[in-house]
Ligand binder design. Structure first.
Ligand code: GLV
Length: 324
């Protein structure tokens, strides 16, 4: 029997590639060439499935160029690179990688909160620059984390995991805002209290963003939201670029309207707004919140299992769209 054909759009763990090769005719991209739209469409022509990452956009144009496509398995929990409506109407299944990255990503979110509040990147740059010649009472004195108020915008799995760390590990008062309120048992398990977005902005000492990027969440944090925050507050974004208006954030940080920011994601990444790069009170990381070897391997394996499950047995593990 002819094996289904699969494109693995980016470089991936060799052992996961080998698993896929046992089941499929695989076109790989271990050279990790970044395909533009045309190259992606060309490479995906005639395949049954694609293992995508957040860098590949699956839209109506790609779907039209690949009429035999049945599934795109994203190696990411976020799927704003998918036009889900277009995929559904083309009869193409979309899958993502929830759960396997929750705790790892929450760890990183907390690391960014700590690094940002405690000015770790600034201190490190200062030391490496050879500027450290004495102790001083206020040198890199930052904001308290333990016992402060943690605000969480977006309270899905990762938001809840951040809340548990804040409440149970650091004795923080945890408040959150989300499209819908959690049930009482879940709220109790992460000791978090639902508040309006306005209260969240005004009360948080450390605000972390953990919501999906959609048309509604575009610039959910812009100039007017930043203006409502405490000037001593810090902002951390581990969700997606575009949720924060990066130009407005840089202006607020420069003006002292906000103490500091920790950013793992950026509008138009891998480009970073030059005004952010010029500031010292930001901690900048290259979209690595889920990046531990174990978690990235689990994400790749889950994406592969979705391809295997759907193309060979008609059932994916973590589908995003119901197909008729
Ligand atoms: C990473 O950003 C993901 O969505 O998994």
């Amino acid at each position: 029997m002819l094996k289904p054909a699969v494109l693995v759009a980016r470089a991936i763990f060799p052992e996961v590639l080998q698993t896929l090769q046992q089941h499929f005719e695989v076109t790989d991209n271990q050279a990790d060439v970044l395909f533009d739209k045309e190259q992606l469409a060309l490479s995906a022509k005639g395949v049954d499935g694609i293992l995508t990452t957040g860098s590949e956009r699956v839209d109506a144009a790609l779907l039209a160029a690949c009429p035999g496509l049945k599934i795109c398995a994203n190696m990411a929990v976020g799927y704003n690179n998918f036009d889900l409506a277009a995929m559904t109407s083309a009869g193409v299944l979309a899958t993502n990688t929830p759960d396997v990255l929750t705790e790892t990503t929450a760890d990183f979110g907390f690391a960014l909160i700590l690094a940002t509040a405690r000015r770790m990147a600034e201190g490190e740059h200062f030391l490496r620059a050879g500027l450290w010649n004495r102790w001083r009472y206020d040198m890199f004195a930052g904001a308290e984390v333990h016992g402060s108020t943690l605000g969480i915008l977006g309270m899905g799995r990762i938001g809840q995991a951040v809340a548990r760390r804040g409440a149970h590990g650091f004795g923080m008062r945890v408040i959150y805002h989300n499209r819908s309120r959690l049930d009482a048992a879940t709220e109790a398990s992460c000791a978090a209290r639902f508040v309006s977005k306005q209260d969240l902005l005004q009360q948080a000492d450390h605000l972390i963003l953990v919501l999906p990027y959609t048309a509604e969440s575009h610039h959910a944090i812009g100039a007017s939201e930043l203006a409502q925050m405490k000037p001593t507050a810090t902002l951390v974004n581990i969700a997606r670029g575009g949720i924060v208006d990066d130009a407005a954030l840089a202006a607020a940080l420069k003006a002292g309207a906000l103490a500091a920011a920790g950013l793992d994601v950026f509008e138009g990444e891998p480009r970073v707004h030059p005004d952010l790069l010029a500031l010292s009170n930001v901690v900048l990381t290259p979209h690595i919140a889920s990046a531990t070897i174990q978690t990235r391997r689990a994400m790749a394996q889950l994406a592969a299992d979705n391809l295997i499950g759907f193309l060979l047995h008609g059932k994916a593990l973590t589908p995003l769209n119901g197909l008729r």
